[in-house]
Design a protein around this ligand. Structure first.
Ligand SMILES: *Cc1c(COP(=O)(O)O)cnc(C)c1O
Length: 391
């Protein structure tokens, strides 16, 4: 007895957790800060915690009414109909629903590289396949219509991530409109705005609603989550906003009761707690600025709650010397109690991604990284000098 051929499938690599790392190193969890998974440094909204506590005794019932209530609240927030809000088990669950609704076996999707692994995983679960467009680091991971359209070859879904994980770059709504216009009528453009709250660009919901001077479209959907700005990653709550024209497909593709009673209650409370979101955004902006200013290596400007850092050796060194530097730096930081994301699994073997923490956590991350970089530079200085032959 075997599962189907899963040789094309890869396991999702999550950022490492404090418990896991502390156990491995035989240390106390309290010595660590985790800045590896783009979680909310302030934790969940206090109102959401209260809602979860008071809803606990009601979990023997299916979440029919609360599911409807949260859907209505989100529809109201975005100015769309209830049908257009596809609640799911995390943003990842919403990606699955879009795959289910769109993909026939053998259909391809087009995704960014480097990029978020789950787009491709979901397509493969649904018997689809994946092609990639490259966001070039030499071009600072700039996202524009040309880059996507040059790689486009009739794929059924095109994923855009704005702000982009792991670089933090964004794409203009005009470019999204161009991509949607230039691609096939049956190609859906999904704009993943998991980090949308942290960016100073407008949501692509304007495109499917025909607002801000855009024509209303049936081929753009937007993905949002409660995992990042709302601090509810552990509850698994996210949603897609889809065009009215085919929004009723949800009823035929969703797993019954797509979001749990606790998730729906917490989501409703978190939506109302705008103070918490505003504070979160402030903390993120402060941390981003501090990391951009104070890290001695190159930091790409980011619109997310994280920054991507180039920890490769200087350019005079060969590419192969730089390879694997991310793993070495991430491990050295971890030994010093700061857990960051090694971006090797994104195909960036000399980059790390650091989540925005509180001022104190961020300061510690910056100091730790700078110390590690300095130590690694002086470790290699001696052999380098002896090797120099050409001035
Ligand atoms: C975090 C993230 C998501 C969604 O995560 P969920 O926890 O499943 O809501 C989606 N896209 C990107 C790019 C992300 O980083």
């Amino acid at each position: 007895m075997h599962p189907r051929d899963l040789s094309d499938h890869v396991a999702y690599q999550a950022g490492r957790g404090i418990e896991e790392v502390a156990r491995e190193l035989g240390r106390d969890p309290s010595e660590f800060v985790k800045l590896a998974s783009n979680e909310n440094a302030l934790g969940p909204a206090p109102a959401a915690v209260e809602a979860i506590q008071s809803a606990a005794s009601g979990v023997s019932s299916y979440p029919k009414a609360t599911h409807a209530d949260l859907t209505a609240a989100l529809a109201d927030r975005w100015g769309v109909t209830d049908d257009q809000v596809w609640l799911a088990n995390g943003g990842d669950g919403a990606i699955d629903y879009l795959s289910r609704a769109m993909l026939e076996p053998g259909d391809d999707i087009l995704v960014p590289t480097p990029g978020f692994a789950y787009y491709g995983m979901s397509a493969r679960f649904h018997h689809g396949d994946v092609t990639e467009y490259e966001l070039s680091r030499d071009d600072d991971f700039t996202q524009d219509a040309r880059t996507v359209l040059e790689a486009y070859n009739g794929e059924r879904i095109v994923y855009l991530t704005s702000p982009h994980n792991p670089s933090g770059s964004t794409i203009a709504l005009e470019a999204i409109e161009t991509i949607a216009t230039e691609t096939d009528d049956e190609t859906l453009v999904v704009v993943d705005e998991a980090y949308g709250e942290f960016a100073d660009v407008d949501s692509a919901v304007a495109l499917l609603e025909g607002e801000n001077g855009f024509e209303q479209r049936e081929d753009v959907a937007v993905l949002r989550t409660f995992s990042k700005a709302y601090g509810l990653a552990g509850l698994r709550l996210g949603y897609a906003i889809v065009p009215e024209a085919w929004a009723d497909a949800y009823a035929r593709v969703n797993t019954p009761f797509a979001a749990s009673e606790l998730a729906c209650r917490a989501g409703l409370a978190a939506l109302e707690d705008t103070t918490h979101v505003d504070r979160t955004i402030d903390v993120v902006e402060t941390a981003r600025n501090a990391m951009e200013a104070d890290i001695t290596a190159h930091v790409w400007p980011s619109q997310g709650n994280f920054v991507l850092v180039d920890v490769g050796r200087d350019e005079a060194e060969s590419q192969s010397n730089s390879d694997g530097e991310a793993t070495a730096v991430a491990e050295a930081m971890q030994t010093r109690g700061v857990i960051v994301r090694d971006c090797t699994s994104f195909g960036l073997s000399d980059c790390i991604r650091i989540t925005c923490g509180t001022a104190e956590e961020t300061h510690r991350a910056v100091e730790t990284l700078n110390t590690v970089l300095e130590e690694r530079a002086s470790d290699t200085a001696a052999p380098d000098e002896s090797e120099v032959s050409n001035p």
